[in-house]
Design a protein around this ligand. Sequence first.
Ligand code: ZN
Length: 374
Amino acid sequence: MSSPLLAEFLNLVKIDSPSGNERALANYVKEKLISLGWEVREDGAATATGGNAGNIIARLPGRGAEKNPVLLFSAHLDTVTSSAGVKPVVAEEVVRSDGRTILGADDKAGVAVLLEVARRLREGDVRHGEIVFLFTVGEEAGLLGSRFLKPGDVKADMGFVLDSGGPPGTIINAAPREDIWKVRIRGRSAHAGVNPEEGINAIRVAAEFVRLLPPARVDGDTTFNPGVIRGGQATNIVPDLVEIAGDMRSHREEKLGELAEVVNLLLRQTCARFGGEGEIEVETLYPSYHLSPEAPPVKLATVAAEQVGLEVVVKRRGGGSDANVLNALGIPTVNLGIGLEKEHTPEEYIRIKDWENCYFWVMEIISYLCQPGF
Ligand SMILES: [Zn+2]
């Protein structure tokens, strides 16, 4: 079993697919699924997100278990950076890159599992309900592909995203909402040597503002991060503009409203002290989700993991994924641990054993015969 999965993965990582440039990989996945008898379409996310490919939505009718709930499985096509020229190294039961690029296992390991599942189902001896595959684009650039979806674009009773770290058996049943905040601080420019006191140095105002911001971990549910700062034009000009942006995330959505007010107040007070002006914009990137252990995808992932002998860990995580968006679209969805390690770095790797287990887990989720009302 390991060889077709590994061979598929090695094909996939050769196709470079940084966010916004998923065309070649999208074509590969489409052709593969069509050849395996799936009904495949691509949506219009490419134009809306500035990329060159849309989300791929594929469907396979049920066989012998048509009454089962409709199951959605999802993985993203894009990688966080380019992996052009990647040289995968397979050694000691692990796949990694040669250290010069990312491997791209995030999320091609998930894509490979789903393509292998499609190949296996083609053999025709597995009973299953209707299955939908969703391959999204622009996930690493802010869930752009999934956020393009409207309610009803994808129809399923529950969903499973294959895009989390942690060994198979890990079920992410909750993730925070993420808001992006952008602050603009305006001062007044002046000559740095001739009349600096006539200026209002926006960098000094910004420094004080940043010093007063909430800490990285605000409380057990909430994080806060100033992530980008830009300002000033030249060493001999008193700077008149600084822009700062960051994110804040919380499992308790009301907490983010409170934080936005705190930040706004700090900004106004600091600017008033120095005589500058401040503006703040806050945008919700995606909502939080929280599913109970009794929610259908948590239950099904749990029983299936037990069937294949995986240790079940149900937990929440601090990062968002397409699961946040799918839940908001009304499809209860969990994110599954597929054994990703050190993703987003050149040290990224995946253990072949973990990943085979992920394949068996997904096959078990699909072939588990749900009782009415599951
Ligand atoms: Zn990912």
